[in-house]
Design a protein around this ligand. Structure first.
Ligand code: FE2
Length: 430
């Protein structure tokens, strides 16, 4: 007896008319025409059943603080960091927890069930760390939250930075972060990478570092990150986030660097919504897009995921926890408009992100957790195109959220590739 049987589902890998059987929170069968008694049966009617979305790069301690105490006038990363510095003395643990829990509800409603969030460890009070550890505990039954110890003000640049980061790790933060391009000098940046990788090696923790988030093509800390990864045997456990300087690097150097990144099996996270708005701010025309070299990195065999990074905070005024919006922007900003490229953008917010986050039992296969989303689209490309409604969201077989399908469906007979969905409540006047 199954707990849940989903029939007539399309899957992201192209299989169609599949049945998925679930018992005790796990997928027990994925096959066509599965017939078994089940406590509940859901007919997917050909729509896409995808594993849940994953956000491999977020800042939950800052989320939903837009306008506090003022907005970012220049739109730059550096004013955002300064603004966050103005806000920090005003923060309370209660407000941080309340905003984060609100965001987690948004996330779940959009099928986003795993988030890796960087948490600022710069202040000796570690208030954001304590708040996010509390949030992690509160959401554990419905959302996987990973915490990265992130020395926002520079682990060497801020007084006591390394000690505060170590104290955060002692409290149970999961991943070692960093921000080498924000240290005072290139040499300090390289030293910070070395110290942080040493810390991760000693504690057997993964590394996920903000790295080279700048348009300066000479910001080359990712090179040091690769070198430290290889020297310490950390291959497969290190992620470089942002890497926007690669956009502006000399092509000959980038080709050497990408090979080095592949050798160190580095994970890569681009943050399309943020990179395209924060970078290029010092340019006149042409203005750079600021995204790292996503198609080239994928072609070199690297795992590349997309993160949301910010939602309504000192760096970004918009966002809603919708990873399909992230994929949509990534697709445009990287020219990944081929069928294969668009599918890779879907994978960047699902399977690739899950891989970088080392999630276990992820996917739509027997033995995986029954944590998936029924989307109002028939395939990954259509899901991105429509930013499709999340009709139902399950975690380990438990229904967590549901949304109505758009009320009027405008199907064009015989032209399935142009089928669209009218927005909820809209009417087409003949
Ligand atoms: Fe970030």
């Amino acid at each position: 007896m199954l707990d849940l049987l989903i029939t007539h589902a399309s899957l992201p890998d192209g299989r169609s008319d599949m049945s998925v059987g679930v018992t005790e929170g796990r997928i027990v069968a994925v096959e066509a025409g599965l017939k078994a008694p089940s406590a509940e049966v859901v007919n997917a009617q050909g729509l896409l059943l995808a594993p849940h979305f994953c956000d491999p790069h977020f800042h939950m301690d800052a989320t939903l603080s837009y306008g506090l105490p003022r907005v970012n006038r220049s739109g730059t990363l550096l004013e955002g960091i300064a603004l966050w510095g103005e806000l920090k003395p005003l923060l309370t643990e209660e407000a941080l927890v309340e905003r984060a829990l609100c965001y987690c509800d948004w996330a779940v409603a959009r099928g986003l069930l795993a988030i890796r969030t960087h948490v600022d460890t710069s202040d000796p009070s570690l208030l954001p760390v304590r708040a996010m550890l509390e949030v992690k505990r509160k959401v554990a039954s419905y959302l996987d939250l990973q915490l990265v110890a992130f020395p926002q003000d520079g682990v060497l640049r801020s007084a006591g930075g390394l000690n505060n980061l170590r104290r955060a790790l002692d409290l149970g933060v999961d991943v070692v972060g960093g921000i080498p391009h924000f240290e005072r000098t290139m040499a300090d940046g390289a030293l910070s990478v070395s110290l942080l990788c040493e810390e991760a090696e000693r504690r057997a923790l993964p590394v996920d570092m903000h790295c080279d988030e700048t348009d300066d093509p000479m910001s080359r800390h990712v090179e040091t990150l690769c070198s430290e990864t290889l020297r310490r045997g950390l291959q497969g456990r290190v992620t470089g986030s942002h890497l926007t300087s690669m956009h502006s690097m000399d092509n000959a150097y980038a080709s050497k660097l990408i090979a080095l990144m592949a050798e160190s099996r580095m994970g890569v996270v681009a943050n399309p919504l943020i990179n395209i708005t924060l970078q290029g701010r010092h340019d006149h025309y042409p203005k750079r897009r600021g995204l790292t070299r996503v198609p080239e990195l994928i072609a070199a065999g690297l795992r590349v995921a997309f993160g949301h990074d910010c939602v309504m905070d000192p760096w970004y005024a918009l966002g809603s926890g919708d990873m399909l919006e992230v994929a949509h922007m990534g697709l445009h900003a990287t020219h990944m408009t081929s069928q294969e490229g668009m599918r890779q953008c879907f994978e960047a917010v699902t399977t690739q992100a899950a891989s970088l986050m080392h999630l276990s039992n992820y996917g739509i296969e027997a033995g995986c957790n029954a944590s998936f989303v029924l989307l109002h689209a028939r395939d990954p490309v259509e899901a991105i195109r429509l930013r499709a409604a999340r009709l139902k969201v399950w975690r380990c077989g438990r229904l967590l959220a549901r949304s109505p399908a758009p009320e009027a469906c405008l199907a064009l007979p015989g032209r399935p590739s142009t089928t669209g969905f009218m927005p909820a409540g809209a009417q087409r006047i003949p």
